[in-house]
Design a protein around this ligand. Structure first.
Ligand code: ADP
Ligand code: MG
Length: 721
């Protein structure tokens, strides 16, 4: 024990008085505080503590939350006389004589052998390369974990522990925890540390209110944490795990509801009157009837808009389910009351598409639309800004930059956000705040381009109300989807040419290139060149990719929409939102490299008219995951089901990060597996915040602290509460 270690430990607390420290300070020191750094543990110096910090372990409290990845079932303790051939077991035995080192024929392999016995018999125990065991004396008792070979009456030891030590049995009996480790911090060390601090667990406050815990039969947090590490039985572990997963989900959901309450309390919206002439005119003039899903979404939105609380609603619907109509309806609800609305898309191309479409849909309704393009000349832009501020523009369309820059509205009441990159909780809040003018926060409708599994929606969008359009408009033709083997490639081109000759159009999506956008652009150009000279000679072939200027992209999209381009060779830039009903073929190269959601979105670009549509997928799946993705996309049309399958195939690790969303990490919960607990946690959290919206009641004080902790104190709204 060196003074420097003490210095390290006390550095941040009180001044050190070396003369008064007993020499055996550390050995005598009992960990007392969850906040204590790891160096208070005997045998842990600054270097080890530094290494532990890499695992996120700074304090003893952190250690308690360093849960094992799994447990080894070492419950099978046997007497020597009971051992069966080939069986793995734990045996308690004493050395009968000193172990001896034996050389083997392999140069780097030495064998240590010893006779061991208990009251039922004896056998030879064998270790490899553990010369230090030769130091042991006859008579010493130990626990041995290993495999028995009856022919040689030999027990090959995998792990052993000397008895008589404090930790005896820790590594060889019962359910033995297996932790994530680093090179320097072995699993045995971690077990030792945890065994020594287990008495600290009761110091952990339990954030779950007692009534909730009792109602759900959840164990106390301290008990659960100990059972996570050292379960007495499988059932014990299961109960502990359920409790900890529930806690994780509950804290997140309660935080989301709490935040939402706070959002609503701090912001004032403006209640719009009931639906009027313009919305009726718009709906009446549509060439189709709204689907049940669209109607329901519209009425849910309408109800929100008539409240003073600013709406925060998510509109979910599969590709082609008709979300645009609902978005337009929402915006008109503001316009018909003399207020303004804005529609924001993630890219300029999409924004322009929306703008063109809106012009079309709203013709004759006397709605003044404007498109905030990044290409506007300074003078044009200035004029537009002025008319928006003066309230002469009813609906402004643009990218997300629309409200982030200098655009001011006279009376912005409804904002529709077409999200491509899903926004996190705090980004959504910021966006609403930026759009606030004259102290009035607009009603915000978020639209997602990709269906997401319900569990994920409850998490990532847990702070929002959700409207879902479940079904596509009736009479949609199914898009015929094929996985085309390379031997039939020529035939596929034949097929496409027939479509082109019949007046239809086609997309060709080039392989996904990960290196860079410019490499991708080159690939698109090369493929377009090849097709022009071979398969589609005589047809009008054009390209679209991310490296083109916004102006070039736009003019290409316009020409394609007008039918001037027959084959559009492109990248995933056309993944979302592009709507050209006359396009009936989607051909994807190396489809095995695309994600399932991406393929579904790409396929959604066709099948937008009464013409039969086709999706031709090329590619040879090289992994099991890729094979499952292609199999799913060929068989399944429903975007929500595909989203679930996607989650299953990919696992949650690679999923769009809960992390990016600004929510706490889920360390134990798995959304697919723990769906029931999630729904339960959400319901309980809803009831909690309903009864105590600011978490002010004393019985919720611990809960409140814990939520603040997991959401991070840096989060704005927590500081404002
Ligand atoms: P998405 O939900 O993918 O944004 P869109 O709003 O682009 O879908 O709608 C897809 C197509 O379906 C559009 O061409 C639109 O005019 C059409 N559509 C929308 N609603 C209906 C409906 N109720 N019946 C028939 N067609 C509809
Ligand atoms: Mg759309």
């Amino acid at each position: 024990m060196t003074i420097s270690r003490c210095l390290h430990y006390f550095a941040s607390s009180e001044p050190l008085q070396p003369s008064r420290l007993p020499r055996t300070f550390k050995a005598a020191f009992n960990p007392r505080e969850l906040r204590d750094p790891l160096v208070v543990l005997a045998g842990v110096g600054p270097a080890t503590a530094g290494e532990a910090a890499r695992l996120g372990l700074d304090s003893l409290g952190d250690l308690l939350f360093h849960f094992p990845r799994r447990h080894e079932d070492f419950t099978s303790q046997k007497k020597i006389g009971e051992l069966k051939w080939g069986e793995e077991a734990t045996v308690r035995a004493a050395l009968q004589g000193k172990p001896v080192i034996k050389r083997t024929r392999r140069r780097n392999l030495r064998l240590v052998q010893a006779q061991v016995g208990d009251d039922t018999g004896y056998m030879k125990a064998a270790w490899f390369n553990q010369d230090y065991l030769a130091e042991l004396d006859s008579g010493e008792e130990m626990l041995l974990r290993g495999v028995y070979d009856g022919m040689k009456n030999t027990f090959t030891v995998k792990s052993h522990e000397m008895l008589g030590k404090e930790e005896a049995g820790l590594h060889t009996t019962g359910y033995v925890p297996v932790y994530p480790t680093t090179e320097k911090i072995s699993v045995k060390r971690l077990r030792g540390w945890l065994a020594r601090i287990r008495n600290l667990a009761p110091l952990l406050p339990d954030p779950l209110p007692a009534s909730l815990r009792a109602g759900l039969e959840l164990p106390l947090r301290a008990d659960a944490i100990l059972s996570m590490h050292f379960p007495r039985s499988l059932e014990d572990f299961k109960a502990a795990e359920r409790r900890m997963i529930f806690e994780e989900l509950y804290l997140m959901q309660a935080g989301l509801f709490w935040h939402r309450h706070h959002y609503e309390r701090l912001r004032r919206g403006s209640a719009l009157g009931p639906a009027g002439e313009k919305t009726r005119g718009f709906i009446g003039a549509l060439p189709f009837n709204l689907t049940a899903g669209q109607k329901k979404a519209c009425s849910e939105i309408s109800r929100d808009l008539q409240r003073e609380t600013p709406m925060q609603r998510l509109l979910q619907g599969d590709v082609g389910s008709g979300k645009t109509v609902v978005a337009v309806y929402s915006m008109l609800r503001a316009v018909e009351h003399g207020c303004q609305a804005a529609l924001m898309a993630p890219t300029e191309v999409l924004a322009e598409q929306h703008w063109l479409k809106l012009n079309d849909m709203l013709r004759g309704l006397g709605v003044r639309l404007d498109f905030f393009s990044s290409r506007l000349k300074t003078a044009e832009r200035k004029k537009m800004l002025e008319s928006t501020e003066a309230g002469k523009v009813d609906i402004a369309v643009g990218t997300h930059a629309l409200i982030q820059e200098d655009v001011r509205f006279r009376s912005l009441r409804v904002v529709v956000v077409d999200e491509q990159h899903r926004f996190g909780v705090w980004q959504r809040e910021q966006l609403a705040d930026k759009a606030t003018s004259g102290g009035i926060t607009p009603h915000v409708l978020h639209m997602t381009a990709t269906p997401i599994p319900r569990t994920l929606a409850l998490t990532l969008y847990g702070d929002l109300d959700v409207s879902t359009i479940k079904h596509l408009p009736a009479g949609r033709r199914q898009i015929k989807t094929w996985l085309v083997p390379d031997s039939k490639r020529a035939g596929a081109y034949d097929y496409i040419r027939k479509q082109l000759d019949a007046g239809r159009q086609c997309y060709v999506v080039c392989p996904l290139v990960e290196e860079s956008e410019s490499v991708q652009a080159t690939a698109v150009e090369a493929e377009a060149g090849r097709l022009k000279d071979s398969e589609f000679a005589g047809y009008c072939v054009a390209i679209l990719h991310g490296q083109m200027t916004a102006a070039a992209k736009q003019s290409t999209m316009r020409r394609f929409a007008a039918g001037g381009i027959q084959v559009l060779v492109t990248t995933t830039v056309i993944e979302v939102g592009v709507d050209v009903p006359n396009a009936t073929v989607m051909m994807v190269e190396e489809a095995d490299r695309f994600g399932l959601a991406q393929l579904h979105q790409l396929r959604g670009r066709v099948g937008r008219s009464s013409h039969e549509s086709y999706c031709l997928l090329f590619g040879d799946p090289k992994t099991e995951q890729a094979r499952r993705r292609l199999e799913a996309i060929v068989k399944i049309r429903d975007g929500f089901r595909l989203a679930d399958i996607d989650l299953e195939i990919r696992g949650e690790g690679q999923l769009f990060g809960v992390r990016q969303s600004g929510l706490p990490d889920l360390r134990l919960a798995r959304l697919t597996r723990d769906q029931e607990l999630l729904i339960l946690a959400r319901e309980k959290a809803r009831v909690l915040i309903g009864g105590d919206p600011s978490l002010k009641r004393p019985e919720n004080a611990l809960l409140r602290d814990e939520i603040a902790k997991v959401f991070g104190e840096s989060v704005d709204w927590l500081r404002k509460i």
